[in-house]
Write a protein that binds this ligand. Sequence first.
Ligand code: SAM
Length: 282
Amino acid sequence: MKNLSDINVIKSVMGRHGVTFNKGLGQNFLVDPAVCPAMAEEAGLDKNTCAIEIGPGVGVLTAELAKRAGKVLSFEVDNRLLPVLDETLAEFDNVEIINQDVMKADLKGIIEEKCKGMDIAVCANLPYYITSPIIMLLLESKLPIKSITVMVQKEAADRLCADVGSRDGGAVTVAVNYYAESEMLFYVPKESFLPPPKVNSEVIQLTVRKEPPVKVADEEKFFKVVKAAFSQRRKTAENSISAGLGIPKSTVAEALEKANLEKTVRAEKLTMDDFATLAEIL
Ligand code: SAM
């Protein structure tokens, strides 16, 4: 098997198929040989697991997933990479490349059809321009996913894995925490990629919860309140929620009081329970 983290191998296989790096698609390929085996190990795969990958590139992580999982479904939007992947993954008969934009694909239908009866684990080096949308799509679509082990930009990792109620927290932190438990796994410097991006990375793992940590009667309303609260970070939660939801400040002030919260509290200080209580009252 070819060493797909070797710069010369990557350049030669891409050159043979006339493929150049597309920056717009976040094509920074891993060249540190230790990273993909470590990610695939952390993903906890076995022969009854269907691994879902987003963006195989030249297949460096795909191959590690294929060695460990029963099946690999890998979504790649760039059709120029298909003949490359045909060549680099030729020895695996448990890999299916799906030439679709993951954001537009019928994930539920595809997974139900192709991974019937299997556990589902997502493992990917995500294209950074759509990190949070992909993660939210995976979590919100309530697919039968056990865990999501992904490489993301370091700053995104800090936000995704922050504690709710801490300075690094944001709307996405609350959303991730609602659906999953998050953990930082390991740091990956920018030199580990070809071409090197401007930012460093981190591999994180989200273990999908069976039940959310708070009881929420109306999820849509809960997330609307969360988004509104963080919409103007420098302002108080009272001001941002009022502006974000288009309701009078006095209504929000009343809700804060009923929830036993200070009038001047900021969104980053609110806990999951606080958001759930506010959504209920509002
Ligand atoms: N897995 C490879 C690696 O680690 O070297 C490549 C990772 S690269 C950071 C991101 C990959 O995602 C690229 O192959 C890119 O073409 C693909 N990609 C970008 N946007 C996508 C989308 N919307 N749907 C599916 N794949 C996408």
